[in-house]
Design a protein around this ligand. Structure first.
Ligand SMILES: *[C@@H]1O[C@H](CO)[C@@H](O)[C@H](O)[C@H]1NC(C)=O
Ligand SMILES: *[C@@H]1O[C@H](CO)[C@@H](O)[C@H](O)[C@H]1NC(C)=O
Ligand SMILES: *[C@@H]1O[C@H](CO)[C@@H](O)[C@H](O)[C@H]1NC(C)=O
Ligand SMILES: *[C@@H]1O[C@H](CO)[C@@H](O)[C@H](O)[C@H]1NC(C)=O
Ligand SMILES: *[C@@H]1O[C@H](CO)[C@@H](O)[C@H](O)[C@H]1NC(C)=O
Ligand SMILES: *[C@@H]1O[C@H](CO)[C@@H](O)[C@H](O)[C@H]1NC(C)=O
Ligand SMILES: *[C@@H]1O[C@H](CO)[C@@H](O)[C@H](O)[C@H]1NC(C)=O
Ligand SMILES: *[C@@H]1O[C@H](CO)[C@@H](O)[C@H](O)[C@H]1NC(C)=O
Ligand SMILES: *[C@@H]1O[C@H](CO)[C@@H](O)[C@H](O)[C@H]1NC(C)=O
Length: 300
């Protein structure tokens, strides 16, 4: 009787194991799902059709927009300057700052050669995202409007990505002791009118960082990486591949994946271990019960 009970409980445990396997699967599924959602939120890798917040998506030249007169009369009110400047003087020579027509977030190629040697290579879709009490908006960095400059030193490489509205600067550190290359300083500066007529300046500098770290001769790779720069401003990098130092054949080295892109085997491994343990328990229980039964027959 006790033997049957033992077997029954063993089977019950095995059944639990299978159920927990199901849980593990659904947990993995939901994990995958949440990753997808995340990359959708950043809107970077998945859809090339990311639009900025400016409502006029269709009009290419801002001067032909029919909406602009409305905005012009409205904006002086919000700013505390004299409200009727725009309406009173019709011959305004300098146009008020306006958001540029929305651009699509696209992957750009950026590289720098120093002394005839390619020493910086990057492939990235980049945007500056502002979310503050004053402004909500996105500025997209466009490859064809961006100039790459800088200098490549033995220990430090300075990269400046400059555009009309500002620039993004990266300082790479080549640590020969740890054989790691990473971005130590990240800085940005942006002067842009997210709202018609209101141009604002944003800037930030972060030092003592350990960003985009890759082993010597390797590249750093990440599908989506937002970097918080303070003041409600994010530097969103997606489809990122970046490398400074030891660039061979004008191409990226082995990619070192960011944490978010590394495969997560934790749940499947845990489920596997639990299953193995339970199978062992069942086998042991079976053997013990068989031995006892054999003993019982002998005693008869
Ligand atoms: C991008 O937008 C265009 C026009 O709105 C559409 O035809 C196209 O399918 C979109 N592509 C994606 C990937 O959403
Ligand atoms: C509007 O801009 C286009 C090109 O951007 C230019 O050819 C055209 O002359 C401009 N029109 C006015 C009224 O300024
Ligand atoms: C702009 O003004 C015109 C009339 O002057 C009005 O019909 C239109 O709805 C206004 N547009 C906005 C966005 O306020
Ligand atoms: C903007 O100014 C005009 C007159 O210049 C006034 O009639 C209107 O009420 C003001 N709007 C706001 C929101 O202050
Ligand atoms: C903007 O920031 C606030 C908190 O400061 C947050 O609740 C909100 O979700 C953010 N909006 C976006 C679009 O990221
Ligand atoms: C920007 O969005 C946040 C929440 O997403 C809101 O609290 C804030 O007031 C918004 N700012 C502007 C200027 O719309
Ligand atoms: C380089 O790495 C070594 C070992 O990790 C560390 O002790 C050293 O401070 C690093 N040097 C710099 C300049 O960061
Ligand atoms: C950059 O600096 C800001 C302000 O000090 C801070 O909030 C943010 O977390 C920093 N970002 C990184 C990547 O360290
Ligand atoms: C570097 O950039 C230039 C201009 O963007 C491009 O023509 C060239 O092919 C790039 N070189 C490499 C090795 O990617």
């Amino acid at each position: 009787m006790r033997n049957e009970l033992l077997l029954l409980s063993a089977l019950l445990i095995a059944a639990t194991a299978l159920t927990s396997g199901d849980y593990g699967q659904s947990a993995t599924a939901s994990h995958v799902h949440s990753t997808t959602v995340h990359s959708n939120i950043t809107g970077t890798t998945a859809s090339p059709n990311t639009t900025t917040h400016s409502p006029n998506t269709t009009t290419h030249s801002p001067n032909t927009t029919t909406h602009s007169p409305n905005t012009t009369t409205h904006s002086p009110n919000t700013t505390t300057h004299s409200p009727n400047t725009t309406t009173h003087s019709p011959k305004t020579t300098t146009a008020p700052p306006a958001p540029t027509p929305s651009a699509k977030l696209t992957v750009g190629n950026y590289n720098l050669s120093d002394s005839g040697k390619l020493c910086f290579l990057a492939k990235v879709a980049m945007q500056i995202r502002v979310n503050s009490s004053k402004v909500n908006g996105t500025f997209i960095v466009q490859e064809h409007k961006t100039n790459v400059s800088g200098s490549c030193g033995e220990k430090v490489t300075d990269i400046f990505l400059s555009f009309n509205e500002g620039q993004i600067a990266l300082k790479f550190r080549n640590n020969e002791t740890s054989k790691m290359v990473y971005v130590e300083t990240l800085e940005y500066d942006l002067t842009y009118a997210f709202k018609y007529g209101v141009s604002s300046n944003f800037s930030g500098k972060n030092e003592s960082l350990w960003l985009f770290a890759a082993a010597e001769g390797h590249s750093y790779s990440c599908k989506a990486q937002p970097v918080y720069m303070g003041g409600g401003v994010h530097l969103d990098l997606s489809s990122l591949r970046i490398q400074a130092y030891n660039i061979k054949n004008n191409d990226f080295g082995t990619p070192d994946l960011c944490k978010a892109d590394q495969p997560n085997y934790r749940v499947p491994i845990a489920v596997g271990i639990i299953l193995i343990i339970l199978i062992v328990i069942v086998v042991i229980a079976y053997l013990v019960s068989r031995k006892r039964r054999a003993d019982g027959y002998q005693s008869l």
